[in-house]
Design a protein around this ligand. Structure first.
Ligand code: NAP
Length: 307
């Protein structure tokens, strides 16, 4: 079995940038992605804060360009889910459902996945009015009334995008202060289609074949009321995709991968970059920066490995 220099797990901004740097350094580079390249950014409508694009760029386009750029220099992209990683003597065996690969180093770039509300009706009505992706599902809500749950950057950014379709959008937030950055808060607050329901959580999502109603609970006075809606978009944060490496590398209390001196994990030869990493700032530009850094650290590690 041929031994590759680097296996990168996850094809978001961090993974694709690591792949670009590793393959340009002439290291044999495999990148595993279980869905489509781009990670969370591929599901984002527009990216306004990636330097070099003053006119903004769509999440889909920047993901596609990053993929193309990594492949151009020799990265081999495999659309498979990695199932396990087994340390060997100065190498690792990386297994998918179909095959097994040996590599001298690994970069973990699996990112994070959106959280659900975990309320009755959510699971049953997902795809029937409950959604976690405005870019994917927004167009189904033309001339409809919807709610967005959450008060962070995702809720504001995706909510603003959804006002292209929905006539009325209510942001349901569990506090009376938004977490989102000031620029997004201001835009959302100025948008005439958006209104805010403060100190409130969704208790239940109801509907026969599709979403028709939510039960909203005011957490200050515990009152519960019915609220008619055609759709529920949930943007309440993320959890790390680290189950693959649980028990292999050290994780923090929330399940993010701990790194030491700079992007090294607790296992020699395994590095971590982007949102999977404990302490990462969760921006595309920093994920890409970390991808670059992890590839350079892996390169230095490979140079020191006994041949
Ligand atoms: P986030 O910043 O963690 O915000 C999650 C929001 O959901 C918070 O307002 C939180 O309320 C609320 N929430 C959490 N659990 C909840 C629950 N069970 N029920 C109801 N509400 C709940 O997540 P995010 O907005 O997805 O952003 C993640 C990261 O990506 C952030 O660092 C963000 O800056 C970044 N991001 C950046 C951009 C951009 O730069 N344009 C765009 C999107 C995301 P509390 O406020 O009360 O905790």
């Amino acid at each position: 079995m041929a031994v590759s220099d680097i296996i990168i797990i996850g094809g978001g901004g961090a993974g694709l940038t690591a792949a670009l740097y590793a393959s340009r350094a002439k290291l044999s580079t495999l990148l595993f992605e279980k869905l489509t390249p781009g990670g969370q950014i591929a599901l984002t409508d527009i990216v306004e804060n990636y330097p070099g694009f003053p006119e903004a760029i769509t999440g889909g386009e920047i993901s596609q360009r990053m993929e193309e750029q990594a492949k151009k220099y020799g990265t081999q992209l495999l659309y498979e889910e990695v199932k396990s990683i087994h340390p060997k003597n100065n190498s690792f065996e990386v297994r998918t459902s179909n095959q097994s690969h040996e590599t001298k180093s690994v970069i973990l770039a699996m990112g994070a996945s959106f959280r659900t509300l975990a309320v009755p009706g959510e699971k049953e009505l997902t795809g029937k009015g409950v959604s976690y992706c405005a870019t994917c599902d927004g167009a189904f809500f033309k001339e409809k009334e919807i709610i967005v749950v959450g008060g962070g950057d995702s809720a504001m950014q995706e909510g603003l995008f959804l006002t292209r379709f929905a006539t009325k959008l209510s942001v349901v937030h569990r506090r009376d202060k938004l977490r989102a950055s000031p620029i997004l808060q201001e835009r959302a607050q100025k948008n005439p289609r958006i209104n805010f329901i403060w100190d409130t959580v969704v208790e239940k999502i109801e509907g026969d074949k599709k979403v028709q109603n939510v039960k909203l609970k005011n957490i200050k006075n515990n009152s519960v009321r019915d609220f008619r809606t055609d759709g529920v978009f949930v943007f309440v944060g993320h959890d790390p995709n680290s189950s693959l490496v649980k028990g292999l590398v050290e994780l923090d209390e929330k399940g993010y991968v701990k790194t030491f001196n700079t992007l090294k994990t607790s296992v020699r030869g395994i590095f971590a970059a982007g949102e999977i990493r404990s302490g990462a700032v969760k921006q595309l530009v920093s994920a890409c920066g970390e991808g670059c850094e992890a590839a350079l650290e892996a390169q230095a590690y490979l140079e020191d490995l006994p041949s």
